[in-house]
Design a protein around this ligand. Structure first.
Ligand code: IPE
Ligand code: IPE
Ligand code: MG
Length: 258
């Protein structure tokens, strides 16, 4: 997990206030295909080169005390991509999990996954389960991979569960509140992200964590995911620390909370 420090990275890191880092950062890792195409390579090469920035982001996040990192790795909509690309992504996932699991464990990372995991190829599911079981006791940081995930898939699933519980008489209308809904989503038990990062210059959410990011700060960068490094993560955190999070209140109320 050790990568050489660049001076910008070091400088940025020193400017971060450790008492005010987000507890949870979510990342839409975008731009792998364009990165490869810019180099005249196949899109899959972009995905292969998207693994190193995952290592960097995880290490960087751990070093500044982030407790939860959630990465959008494969969306429900991504199943519509050419079969060869989907197959390559699934294979990359299995191989990466196998090669990284001991290091994740040594570094205190607990691996978690959200999404329609049953739709993943059996080998992927197996590798994922193995890695999650292996790292289940770790406490330093929780790395959640969103795989075959979309927020609408999750919300639909939650609504069906609520409807069924009402129908069966297990709960009543008054039991449905924000807390109950959060507890039924696949991100249950994970605090909602305070910061959402998206790379590649796109300014959209693409069906990621719609309920959970209701009050997240959004940070966009034109950097393509394979070029994303710790320094970019630190820029995002520094920008976050300069924002005034008002949650509907006025500035005066924040300064004098009565
Ligand atoms: C993100 O990069 C990775 C996945 C969605 C799996 P893309 O593959 O979307 O790259 P672009 O956006 O086409 O450049
Ligand atoms: C979002 O990226 C999904 C992931 C990063 C896994 P996409 O590249 O699929 O999103 P759109 O299609 O540009 O919105
Ligand atoms: Mg994309």
């Amino acid at each position: 997990m050790n990568t050489p420090h660049t001076s910008t990275e070091q400088e940025l890191r020193e400017r971060i206030d450790p008492a005010r880092v987000p507890v949870h950062i979510a990342v839409i890792m975008d731009g792998n295909g364009r990165w490869a195409e810019n180099k005249g390579e196949h899109r899959v090469q972009g995905h292969v080169n998207g693994v190193q920035p995952i290592r960097e982001t995880l290490t960087g996040a751990t070093e500044i005390g982030i407790k939860y990192l959630t990465l959008y790795a494969f969306s429900t909509e991504n199943w519509s991509r050419p079969k060869a690309e989907v197959d390559a992504l699934m294979e990359l996932l299995v191989n990466t999990l196998a090669s990284e699991v001991s290091e994740l464990h040594e570094n205190g990372v607990r691996l978690n996954a959200i999404g329609d995991l049953d739709s993943l190829p059996v080998g992927c599911r197996g590798a994922l389960k193995k890695a999650m079981d292996h790292t289940a006791g770790n406490m330093r940081i929780t790395l959640t991979l969103a795989l075959s995930y979309s927020a609408r898939w999750d919300i639909l699933r939650m609504v069906r569960g609520v409807a069924n519980d009402i129908k069966e008489g297990r709960i009543g209308m008054h039991d449905i509140d924000e807390k109950a809904i959060s507890a039924r989503l696949s991100t249950s038990g994970i605090p909602h992200p305070e910061l959402l990062v998206r790379t590649s210059g796109e300014h959209r959410i693409s069906n990621f964590l719609l309920w959970e990011i209701a009050y997240a700060e959004l940070w966009f960068t034109p950097v393509l995911w394979p070029d994303f490094r710790k320094e970019h993560l630190y820029q995002a955190v520094l920008d976050f620390q300069q924002r005034e999070r008002r949650f509907g209140r006025t500035r005066e109320q924040l300064q004098d909370p009565q």
